[in-house]
Each structure stands twice: as structure tokens, then as C-alpha cells.
Write a protein that binds this ligand. Structure first.
Ligand code: PRP
Length: 179
């Protein structure tokens, strides 16, 4: 139950991380506009907050939907493309790929490969969270919010079997915990 879970990252810490990320992005993209591509479902809250902090103009938002976890608390290893990009959506565009978390790195790699097929002008990656201990595929995160330990986290878009995305803070669910 939520009452028994420990707040791992508070609302204030999340808001500060989002602000810091937006400032770093604005500094790099000065004078250019962006196409923001986000990976559903987990990143939907983060991207909504991030684009409202950005001063860099966002020409377009595109949505990818990938799935790797199923109902488990560890990644299954297989990434399914549930919703792909429209054809030519990012061709010749400066793309900012926005993830909620890079864990094994598999989802991000699949997203990168889908983007590259469309030959964008550039691609950079922004992720709110990174769990480097679990990396299987190396991923270079251009804008990383908070590096976390190898713990299963939920809230602020991140789910446990589809629940708890609506929690405004990020919580750790300890092994054996029951909802
Ligand atoms: C989660 C998360 C990332 C991905 C990271 O998505 O939102 O996209 O896993 O894990 P990885 O680095 O091991 O690939 P998930 O597949 O659970 O789908 P969801 O976003 O719909 O919850």
C-alpha cells in the first residue's frame, strides 16, 4: 500500500530536476527549434512538465509507444513497438527523445533506431531517471535528471502493472511488497 512506501524522490526534487534539464536544453538549442519525441506510456507526465519549462520552441510532439515490462518489476528483455512514428515525422528535424527512465537501455535503443531510420538532422536524449547498474545496452544520455540505484520505482508516470502512474512523487517498491 502507498502508505507503506517510502518517498524516494519528492515533488520538489522532481520539479528542480525538470527545471535544470530544461535550462541545459535551452542553452544547447539556442536559436533552433525542436521536435520532441516521447516514449509512452511512462514519460507522459515528465514530457508535459519538461516542455512547459523549455524556452526552446517545440515545433511538434511525436509519440512512440514501446513496452518491455509487462506486469513484472524487471524488464522482460523484449521491447515491443506498440505505436510507431508517422512516416517522415522527424526527417531533417532536430529531435529530442524524452524518456522517463533508462534501465537496461533496450527501449531507448529501439527508439533511437526507429528515429534514425527517418534521418533526422540530430537526435539527443533526455531522461528524467537513469539506473546505470542495470544497463545491458550502452546508452549515452545527453540530459540526465537523476541517477538512481537499482530499485523498482513507481509514480510520476512510472507504473507497476499499469497502476500508480498518477502518484506525484516517485516511490520505491521493495521486493515482496504487495499493492
Ligand atoms: C519503461 C520505461 C522506459 C523503459 C525503460 O517502459 O517507461 O520506457 O521501460 O526500460 P529499459 O531501459 O530496460 O528498456 P515500459 O516498457 O514499462 O512501458 P510503459 O512506459 O508503458 O510503462
Amino acid at each position: 500500500m502507498k502508505e507503506q512506501w517510502v518517498v524516494y524522490i519528492s515533488r520538489e526534487e522532481i520539479a528542480q530536476a525538470v527545471k535544470t534539464l530544461a535550462q541545459a536544453i535551452d542553452k544547447d538549442y539556442e536559436g533552433r527549434s525542436l521536435v520532441v519525441v516521447t516514449v509512452l506510456k511512462g514519460a507522459f507526465i515528465f514530457v508535459a512538465d519538461l516542455i512547459r519549462e523549455l524556452e526552446t520552441p517545440v515545433d511538434r510532439i511525436e509519440l512512440l509507444r514501446l513496452s518491455s515490462y509487462g506486469a513484472a518489476t524487471t524488464s522482460s528483455g523484449e521491447v515491443k513497438v506498440l505505436v510507431d512514428l508517422p512516416p517522415g515525422a522527424v526527417t531533417d528535424q532536430h529531435v529530442l527523445l524524452v524518456e522517463d527512465i533508462v534501465d537496461s537501455g533496450r527501449s531507448t535503443t529501439v527508439a533511437f533506431n526507429l528515429l534514425k531510420e527517418q534521418q533526422p538532422a540530430s537526435i539527443k536524449l533526455c531522461s528524467l531517471l537513469s539506473k546505470p547498474e542495470r544497463r545491458v545496452v550502452p546508452v549515452d544520455i545527453d540530459y540526465c535528471g537523476i541517477t538512481i540505484e537499482d530499485k523498482f520505482v513507481i509514480g510520476y508516470g512510472l507504473d507497476w502493472d499499469e497502476r500508480y502512474r498518477d502518484l506525484p512523487e516517485i516511490y520505491v517498491v521493495e521486493d515482496g511488497a504487495k499493492s
